[in-house]
Design a protein around this ligand. Structure first.
Ligand code: ATP
Ligand code: MG
Length: 544
């Protein structure tokens, strides 16, 4: 963000120049009711990077004002994801740390005649709010005295009333053209146990009341949020002013980031998890940061993508292809190359001695020497991809192996296919071939040109491996229900082999399996398989 300009950065620059602030303080305020997704990455990167530009700081604040939906596993997951993206919060805070102060601030409002206890039900309140053309109907409880309100609010806190029986509302303007200003609810009764404060509280502040107070307490200078809060800004300012907070944060909205063929709402993501459509929040098909990480996306790629999509005052939805291109660019430079055969076809080199194995030292990356090298093996028995063999050469441009044709096996010898073995159904199950000793890679041999170069793995040292491929989790048609949108073919698995040199591969190691794509090692604890690989991105964009 250092070299980028955007409307929020401009505001901050002005605020520093005019001396309105001498330090920029931002915050990322997730509600711990789910895991973070790629949309949150925009909020995280924006808050942390902007503060960094000005040498300021960014807090992580858990917005835990709704005890019914929040959970400790989400709390852990959120900080893990923020740190994984490469950011360390200046402080980690909880909205619930401020419950007492918020309560006292509500009392200030009551004393000023700016808040009242309403006995109407949630339905009655909704019904009497009016609409854009009709003013709301004032509550019959709107003119309770200050003393009565103080008494009732105290009793709400003590748990004297049932859930839904009473709420505290701001007394603003039932005819305001902004619906958010029509006496919004500030507090509701909730008997659920809170993950931080246990059963201490029977009343909980609403987001619109709590959030500005949290920001003000922490001295946040610029409170960045997504566009849907734009209409809430007058209420945000009202709360800060009327509760007499000593510090005045400024709310600024930016557009939400969406991705085609997926959903970003935590509610819907939770539904996918709870319905067992996916293998948890970190399923590689999920747009969650933990899912993308398990799939093999790098934080560098995600950050570059977020910065490239920029910051605008409109919501944007981008094709997943754009995100993938950042992942591909990052992996191209950093992932080691190795061989995997995903649809194996046995090849027997008839003129190579049985039992002999040759090893060749091959770098993991053609330019990135820091990645070191591995030994690839060659023997009488190798596997190639089924797609790399055709009994009949289709045309002269064919760059793979065919009966009578000759190819180079990467880094080793030329082999020529001499015969095939078929099963009872006529399917080719083995290719017989001969190799030419003179053609060893690097030997300078140039008497003839092979049809092409293909990858392979030596069969006796090859390691059986599982390859997972992912398609879109959801149909793009947002008019359908989530159940109808679910793509049952979004996961497919293949059983193949990786080269023996990857014996010690660890979870989250990433490779370009030559000619196949980029893959992330995922040691599957459920199946106890250390050699499971998730396709991260194909080598080339499949986007049309
Ligand atoms: P969801 O609808 O996915 O549950 P949310 O906005 O309720 O999202 P919060 O935990 O409240 O989730 O979000 C924390 C911060 O992340 C907020 O400031 C919110 O504006 C921002 N944020 C959430 N989703 C996106 C998105 N898709 N693009 C940009 N910012 C987002
Ligand atoms: Mg929310």
């Amino acid at each position: 963000m250092e070299n980028q300009s955007n409307f929020i950065k401009t505001i901050m620059e002005d605020d520093i120049k005019t001396g309105k602030h001498d330090e920029i303080i931002t915050r990322f305020p997730p509600e711990p009711n789910g895991f973070l997704h790629i949309g949150h990455a925009r909020a995280i990167v924006t808050n942390f990077e902007l503060a960094k530009v000005f040498g300021g700081k960014t807090n992580l604040r858990y917005d835990d004002t709704n005890p019914s939906k929040e959970d400790e596993v989400y709390v852990k997951g959120i900080i893990e994801d923020v740190r994984w993206l490469g950011y360390e919060p200046a402080g980690i805070y909880w909205a619930s740390d401020y419950f007492e102060e918020m309560y006292q601030r509500a009392i200030i409002l009551i004393k000023k005649g700016l808040a009242y206890v309403d006995d109407q039900s949630a339905e009655e309140i909704a019904k009497t709010r009016g609409d854009v053309v009709t003013p709301g109907i004032p509550s019959p409880y709107r003119n309770r005295t200050v003393d009565e309100n103080l008494e009732l609010f105290a009793q709400m806190r003590e748990g004297k009333f049932k859930e839904g029986e009473k709420v505290l509302r701001a007394k603003i303007d039932m005819a305001s053209p902004n619906m958010n200003m029509r006496d919004p609810v500030l507090y509701r009764i909730n008997f659920a146990s809170h993950h931080n404060t246990g059963d201490t509280w029977k009343v909980y502040p609403m987001y619109d009341f709590a959030h500005p107070i949290e920001d003000a307490i922490e001295g946040i200078t610029h409170s960045l949020c997504s566009l849907e809060f734009e209409d809430h800004r007058p209420l945000y300012d009202w709360v800060v002013r009327e509760t007499e907070m000593p510090h005045t944060p400024r709310q600024i909205e930016f557009g939400r980031l969406g991705i085609v063929n997926t959903v970003m709402s935590k509610r819907l993501l939770k539904y996918l998890v709870d319905s067992n459509y996916v293998d948890g929040w970190d399923d590689p098909r999920m747009p969650t940061l933990s899912g993308l990480r398990r799939k093999g996306y790098t934080k560098e790629a995600i950050r570059a993508f977020i910065l490239a999509t920029g910051l605008a005052k409109v919501n944007s939805e981008v094709e997943v292809d754009m995100l993938e291109s950042f992942v591909r660019d990052d992996l191209q430079a950093r992932a080691g190359r190795a061989f995997a055969v995903i649809n194996p076809l046995k090849v027997t080199i008839t003129n190579y001695p049985e039992g002999k194995i040759e090893y060749f030292d091959v770098p993991f990356h053609p330019e990135n020497t820091g990645l070191g090298s591995r030994k690839i093996a060659f023997s009488k028995h190798v596997y190639i991809e089924q797609e790399d063999f055709s009994e009949v050469k289709p045309d002269n441009k064919y760059k793979r192996l065919s009966l009578g044709g000759e190819v180079r096996l990467f880094h080793t010898y030329f082999i020529k296919a001499t015969d095939v073995v078929k099963d009872e159904n006529g399917k080719i199950v083995e290719v017989l071939a001969t190799y030419d000793e003179k053609t060893l890679s690097g030997s300078g041999f140039n008497e003839r040109k092979p049809d092409g170069t293909i990858h392979f793995v030596e069969a006796t040292t090859a390691i059986p491996a599982t390859f997972n491929f992912f398609g879109p989790l959801l149909d793009a048609d947002t008019n359908k229900t989530i159940d109808e949108r679910y793509n049952p073919n979004s996961l497919s698995q293949k059983q193949g082999f990786i080269e023996g040199g990857l014996k010690d591969v660890k979870t989250d190691e990433k490779f370009q399996f030559v000619r196949n794509g980029y893959f992330n090692c995922y040691a599957n604890k459920k199946t106890n398989n250390p050699y499971e690989f998730n396709e991260i991105v194909p080598l080339k964009s499949s986007y049309k």
